[in-house]
Ligand binder design. Sequence first.
Ligand SMILES: Nc1ncnc2c1ncn2[C@@H]1O[C@H](COP(=O)(O)OP(=O)(O)OP(=O)(O)O)[C@@H](O)[C@H]1O
Ligand SMILES: [Mg+2]
Length: 236
Amino acid sequence: MEQGFFITGTDTNIGKTRATLTLMHYFQAQGKTVVGMKPVASGCDFIEGKLCNQDALLLQKNASVQLEYELINPFAYQAAISPHLAAEENPVVLPKIVSVFDVLKQHAQIVLVEGVGGWYVPLNQQGDDVESMASCLGLPVIMVVGMRLGCLNHARLTYQAIINSGLRCAGWLANCVDPVMQKLPENIDWLEQGIIAPLLGVLPYMPTADFKVLAKTIDFAGHINHNNNAVFHTNS
Ligand SMILES: Nc1ncnc2c1ncn2[C@@H]1O[C@H](COP(=O)(O)OP(=O)(O)OP(=O)(O)O)[C@@H](O)[C@H]1O
Ligand SMILES: [Mg+2]
């Protein structure tokens, strides 16, 4: 089993944190120790004098071991804007993220790392972005697709970008964020035809998440798409 996964998504606000927490519960149910990391977060509040992000707090709370906040989220910015614009001080430094990740690896069997926004979100003024963060960590990538109108294009673009980066796409998750999406199964089918990585689960629309239930929707073993005639044309 891998030591971790990098969780990205088709956009901001499409369920990366929901999916990461679901995977944490899934691995814990498999008897593994898991921690979550959100290396870069914008949109933070001061809690007891410290900038904290809601995603990172949830990852911290749901982990198998309780670790200090700075290990979960080393780069926290108050403004809810792109990190490269939010960081007036303490800009993102990728080697620092790698060294914190190495510490987390010593505390749990699996480390799940949530990106910020989508795959090409810029992180600093030096040209680093989410793609370079995932590459530095060298983790296989799990893509979360927020199932709503427009997601086929966003999913295809994101998948192509992951493949182009040279990282392995370990699988993808369909997260049903739109309770009235038309032709949902047909949309999922089309994505399955094009993505040569397993569909790891379909997370139902669920306004209040029940992670015990959601974890049961994950299947890492089965559902492998052996389609060699995928409809997406990738460069690899
Ligand atoms: N399957 C679902 N059913 C109902 N609500 C959902 C579902 N998935 C996510 N949501 C809700 O949508 C919102 C965004 O989800 P989430 O925070 O997981 O997205 P994200 O991609 O991590 O966002 P960010 O880019 O801010 O990190 C949350 O309020 C969450 O509770
Ligand atoms: Mg999130």
